[in-house]
Design a protein around this ligand. Sequence first.
Ligand SMILES: Nc1ncnc2c1ncn2[C@@H]1O[C@H](COP(=O)(O)OP(=O)(O)O)[C@@H](O)[C@H]1O
Ligand SMILES: [Mg+2]
Length: 418
Amino acid sequence: MPTREDISFVAAAVLDGAIRPSLGRDLLSWKEFAETNGNQLSVMELAIGCGFIDNDKAKAIAKIPAAEVKKDSKSKRLSPKAESSKGTKEKPQSRPVSKQIPGYKITGRLAAGSMGTVYVAKNEKTGEKVAVKVLSRSLRSKQANLQRFYRETNIMRTINHPNLVRAYDVGETQGGQPYLVMEFVEGQSLDKFLRKGPMNQQEAIRIGRSIAQGLHHLHTRDFVHRDIKPENILLSDKGEVKVADFGLAKNVDDSYITHTETMIGTPLYMPPEQARSETAVDVRADLYSLGCVLFHMVTGRPPFPGEHPLTVMTKHLYDKAPWAQDVNGNVCPHLSRAIYHMMRKDRDKRYQTARDVLMDLERVEAGEAPLKPNEHLKERLSHLQADLGKQQQLNESKSRLRDWFSRLVPAYHLPERL
Ligand SMILES: Nc1ncnc2c1ncn2[C@@H]1O[C@H](COP(=O)(O)OP(=O)(O)O)[C@@H](O)[C@H]1O
Ligand SMILES: [Mg+2]
């Protein structure tokens, strides 16, 4: 049941003009619906989680006392606090960002996203084109947003793989806004390609393999991306595929991620465990999302389309995943099976690693059927044995080196850890 706070929040948000009255009514009924499915969320969390309202704006609205809301609604003006964080887009700034990032000259704007604005810039020393993501002013004031931004930059700085966007530099503008300098991927994001309809199957498999390769690198370093979707897959004009936007990525062991954070973003590619707001989301969540993206690439639509985020989430939770070949008869059965296996609701029955997905996509590309789960297990075991063998060889050569060195310089002992 909606609480008094929920109702006042909706009333304030409607009077403020932040949401339409019909959306306010929907939010109240979704809350009830979410409760019956075991999700205890306030309407405010729901509105933020579904992307209807940004964090700061919601907080500002929640703080407006009822009397002030009335006064403001008559005069059609917001309180100064609410005004400062109006909308998710960047407000015109007193000083252009281009003058504020030392060493880089901003030459254009690429996109205004959930965390801020992404610009294209030129490294003034090398002339290299780069992309710069600047955290928006309204978000910077909140500790959680800063933490999220710096988590993204830290993860990006520890990874180095051709299928993951690389970070070069991080800092703060003269106006105090954190920024991240990244490699610039000249091309388009996958969602733009998908507007034209289904993709050629071989091309979809190639893109899927590249994403799986990037994920394998990320997952073996204990990170989960948690936001694999077409907007975050960049395709360069040279044919490269790069996973971007590590704003929701986390270390598999981190448990401090909030419930609302797990719900940020579009639910069209969201695994059931994330829709349930489970915080212990692991690498298999990315494999589910990859399955949904592949489904979209070959059929021209996501597996569970829908307008309302909660309806889509409910389908991810309870509806049987569709078979890609049933939606587009040109999709081969082997690929349909692999995609279906990625989208299994029970993550124990899903593909377990990005390497398994990669192996099957390679098989499908060569016209072969995907492996059975027990065959994947055998493959994983043989990889493990090979890795152990390599480790053993390495240990042996290290101990030979140590013996040789101590014979050469008897007084000196090499440390145990070379
Ligand atoms: N390194 C990059 N090179 C080219 N375009 C980029 C790059 N990073 C982001 N973009 C563009 O900016 C958009 C938003 O960036 P993203 O990192 O996904 O931010 P958000 O967290 O706001 O979604 C992307 O969909 C893409 O179009
Ligand atoms: Mg994004």
